[in-house]
Write a new protein. Structure first.
Lengths: 588, 301
């Protein structure tokens, strides 16, 4: 038996080994195939560079001696002729070139607006014209001595290039371009002085500031940047910390002479990833409040808030002395219609600056303040980049919480829009808690969903359009009628009441564009939620659509903005049209 | 036990065979045809009705949603628009083929009123005879969301392979790049390949002695990448960076065109939002392709 068993056992082991080899080979080939195929597939995930950004409200820089001295130079230059700041310590040839330019008749057109306002201008570079630029109008420079002056117009964010023939004593070329110039050393030093002395920059650098900047005299690396929102001349002194492989950016606005913001980034190579003022602002807003719910408590008020994708700033769980006043409030849409052309207008949504359906976005985080009268205000501003130029918009949201327990969601347009025949119809949604009862209009109980337009209230007086009982407190809903002394002239609102079924999408969630721009009646969007359903037992949405007609009549401007030049810079004049109902506890 | 070993051995052998077939079938870069396959589009018959000197299709007219025909020689001429060209609302990219079909896609502008959330992956086509615009093909993909309302952003037609390339950013989030480039056989009217995990907008195809590539402008940074193409027009392999056109990384490629060995890209800012295009920075860049060095050099115009 033993002899006959051996071949069988041997045979079995051979199969065993063969199968094991096949399986092993299969595994190896599968892995190789997977790796090869994986190499041929795209597995890109994200190309975004992350920054830790912070917006800075710089109030200290104007007091710096270097900034004060430069500001004085600017002020003196604006009164001078020509109103162009010359380079520091000019050579004889630079002076000669400047003087020839000053005498040129064409110069006035480039230094003044059509209305006669003086632009702020400065010679950034003054140098002998390179031989390869001696062509076209400057052909004479092939034989003559010529100078090129790059003059920056801070007011209009333009560079004027002047080519001066010193031999002939004449200006050969004078051309404005939409570019930014190379900075002179004086402005580079000024930018670094501003950041080196800025408390926010110092705080961000912490010990590194003293160790590296003060002790070792660490040089900053000056990075190119732009201020695309403000259209100002900006530069970014950057503090490189090689040990940490990181760098702190500080964007300096050389038009307004202040720090705009700071950002930490990785610095692994020779050059860090670029960063602009707009990117810094967008990144700060996106990372700090989009998709996040923040909480706050001021005085007797407690609330949560978040920036939505397209419903503006939403306030939630608003409590006064611990009692719930409303569940939430937000501003889902702005409808802007122009009467000059039928059906012409826009439906704008406000919200987060990226990955959203917002058309107008904020460049600052929401702010919370407490006034002298104890009023708590949560506010955010949404602004088109080119406002107040035509067809650009500026919307403001304010939640006002008063010491008497009243609450007012305010939305305002600051113009400017596409014409003086515009009507703004902001849609505000206020969700009242499920515990609300006794909803009454003109002392009659409202049992079902409905809409109406309150009438019969004298101008500048307060009338209750609606009342409700929230945990024993009766609140009146008082439309704006010119009585709030905030510049508002009255809302002429449409009011809608709809019940909110938590299982359905009835406006609780972020709402995509909800209505046409240009309907002039109650068809503003909320009517789709009004179906005569009972109001009792569920949270109730109170929709409020104000109607605000703009006006550009001098002295009577409303929902409007304009700008003019003063002291070499554009100054904006805005005329907001605030709107929104006051929810006022009765008896207070 | 023995039976089990036979089954295991057999399964292993099948796996080996499958893997070998897969390896043998791996994609290879095409080297022909060379140049830019964009000179075939024919003009549809209905264009004559507009009586324009230099007719061109446009989808970017303010206050006029849909496709329009404009006269490049006379910008003041009233644009020509057939009724069906506006029924799909705001449109974006345009492509044309050798059979005079015109293709376009829904892209929201300022708000979502003029777009249908269901249409974000639909390719619309205009019949060359009747001028009627209809939904031709709807690609599969992620639905629109409140974070990202965009779908197909770019179209490019390959005259050599008779393929339409459509780039989509549908489903992408700040954290994850979930877009794709679909390759569509226009004759069969169906998608045949899909290149995953890329958010691209403008695209163009170009063949050089170094191979035939799909050039794509990325939606997340100011770069142009190239992706290898097989002789069947299938994109494969990792994207290779070709250009970084905007040192401040503000703009993205909206359209890209090869004319002989010159590449022209038109750019705009893009944040996956509905910011008005009038508010955004735009620019145009031109590059000369050097086939010897396989490099693009900027051309000052």
């Amino acid at each position: 038996m033993a002899t006959s068993d051996k071949p069988k056992k041997f045979q079995f082991e051979a199969i065993h080994i063969t199968v094991a080899l096949i399986v092993l080979l299969a595994i190896i080939i599968s892995v190789v195939t997977y790796i090869i195929q994986r190499k041929q597939q795209n597995t890109a995930t994200s190309y975004q560079t992350s920054y830790n950004t912070k917006l800075v409200n710089d109030t200290s820089s104007p007091n710096l001696p270097s900034v004060k001295a430069y500001q004085e130079q600017i002020n003196n230059t604006l009164q001078a002729s020509p109103p162009i700041l010359q380079v520091d310590n000019p050579t004889d040839q630079q002076t000669n070139a400047y003087d020839i330019l000053a005498a040129d008749e064409q110069l006035a057109e480039l230094t003044q607006s059509p209305e006669g306002a003086t632009y702020r201008m400065q010679v950034m570079q003054s140098y002998a014209l390179p031989a390869n630029q001696a062509n076209g109008d400057a052909a004479a420079c092939a034989s003559d001595t010529c100078y090129r002056l790059d003059i920056y117009n801070f007011t209009n964010n333009q560079t004027v290039v002047a080519v001066i023939d010193l031999s002939a004593g004449q200006v050969l070329q004078l051309q404005a371009t939409k570019t930014q110039p190379t900075l002179p050393d004086s402005l580079t030093k000024l930018a670094e002085d501003i950041t080196n002395n800025n408390p926010a920059v110092k705080a961000s650098l912490g010990d590194a500031f003293h160790d590296a900047v003060i002790s070792s005299g660490m040089k900053t690396s000056l990075q190119q940047t732009v201020c695309e929102n403000s259209k100002h001349l900006c530069v970014a002194p950057t503090y490189v910390l090689p040990k940490d492989k990181s760098a702190l950016w500080a964007i300096v606005d050389l038009t307004d002479l202040k720090v705009v913001g700071t950002a930490w980034s990785e610095w692994t190579g020779d050059q860090p990833p670029p960063l602009t003022e707009g990117q810094l602002a967008s990144n700060t807003v996106q990372n700090n409040i989009c998709g996040k719910v923040l909480s706050d408590q001021r005085g007797d008020w407690q609330f949560d808030y978040t920036l939505t994708g397209s419903d503006g700033l939403e306030i939630r769980n608003v409590r006064y002395k611990g009692q719930q006043v409303i569940d939430s409030a937000k501003n889902p849409d702005w409808h802007v219609s122009y009467s000059g052309k039928d059906g012409f207008g826009y439906s704008d949504a406000t919200g987060c600056p990226s990955f959203s359906t917002a058309a107008v976005v904020p460049s600052q985080l929401p702010s919370i303040s407490v006034g002298q009268n104890g009023q708590v205000v949560l506010q955010v501003d949404f602004r088109s980049r080119q406002w107040p130029l035509p067809c650009n918009y500026y919307y403001q949201q304010r939640y006002e919480m008063n010491t008497d327990g009243s609450f007012r969601p305010v939305v305002a347009s600051l113009g400017r829009g596409c014409g003086n025949d515009g009507t703004y119809r902001p849609v505000t949604r206020i969700q009242l808690p499920a515990t609300v009862s006794d909803i009454k209009r003109n002392n009659k109980t409202l049992n079902n969903e409905t809409w109406w337009q309150p009438t019969g209230c004298a101008e500048n007086s307060s009338c209750s359009a609606l009342s409700f009982n929230q945990n024993g407190t009766i609140y009146d809903v008082v439309p704006a009628n010119g009585q709030f002394q905030d510049g508002g002239r009255g809302d002429k609102p449409y009011i809608y009441l709809s019940s909110v079924d938590s299982k359905k999408l009835e406006g609780q969630d972020d709402i995509l564009t909800m209505g046409s721009c240009c309907n002039t009646d109650y068809h503003q969007g909320p009517e789709v939620f009004v179906n005569s359903e009972p109001l009792a037992g569920k949270p109730v949405a109170l929709w409020y659509v104000a109607q605000l007609k703009n006006d550009d009549t001098p002295g009577g401007e409303y929902c409007w903005a304009s700008s003019d030049i003063a002291n070499g810079r554009y100054e904006t004049h805005s005329y907001p049209c605030p709107s929104g109902p006051l929810l006022k506890p009765r008896g207070n | 036990m023995r039976k089990f070993l036979y089954v295991l051995g057999g399964a292993g052998a099948i796996v080996i065979l499958y893997c070998l077939i897969q390896l043998l079938q791996h994609d290879t870069l095409a080297y022909q045809p060379q140049g830019a396959p964009n000179n075939c589009p024919r003009q549809p018959a209905y264009v004559q009705q507009a009586k324009f000197s230099q007719p061109a299709f446009d989808t970017g007219r303010r206050g006029q949603p849909g496709l329009t025909l404009i006269d490049l020689q006379n910008p003041n001429a009233t644009p020509y628009q057939m009724p069906s060209w506006k029924k799909f609302g705001d449109l974006g990219a345009i492509a044309r083929d050798e059979n005079a079909y015109t293709y376009s896609v829904n892209v929201p502008s300022i708000n979502t009123l003029n777009t249908n959330a269901e249409n974000h992956l639909a390719i619309l086509r205009v019949d060359p005879q009747t001028g009627e615009m209809t939904t031709w093909l709807t690609l599969k993909g992620a639905a629109t969301s409140k974070q990202n309302y965009y779908g197909i952003m770019g179209l490019s037609y390959d005259c050599d392979n008779h393929l339409l390339y459509a780039s989509s950013v549908a489903g992408s989030t700040p954290e994850a790049e979930k877009g794709f480039i679909a390759v569509i056989d226009v004759k069969a009217g169906k998608e045949i390949y899909r290149y995953q995990n890329i958010d691209a907008i403008g695209m163009a195809i170009y063949g050089s002695p170094h191979g035939r590539y799909l050039y794509a402008g990325l939606a997340r940074n100011a770069s142009v990448v190239k992706i290898k193409l097989t002789s069947n027009g299938k994109p494969f392999g990792k994207p290779e960076q070709v250009l970084q056109f905007d040192p401040l990384n503000q703009t993205r490629v909206r359209t890209m065109t090869f004319n002989s060995n010159k590449l022209t890209i038109k750019t705009t800012e893009f944040y996956y939002t509905l910011l008005a295009s009038t508010e955004l920075e735009t620019a145009q860049y031109t590059y000369q392709y050097n086939a010897n060095k396989d490099l693009f050099s900027p051309v000052r115009e």
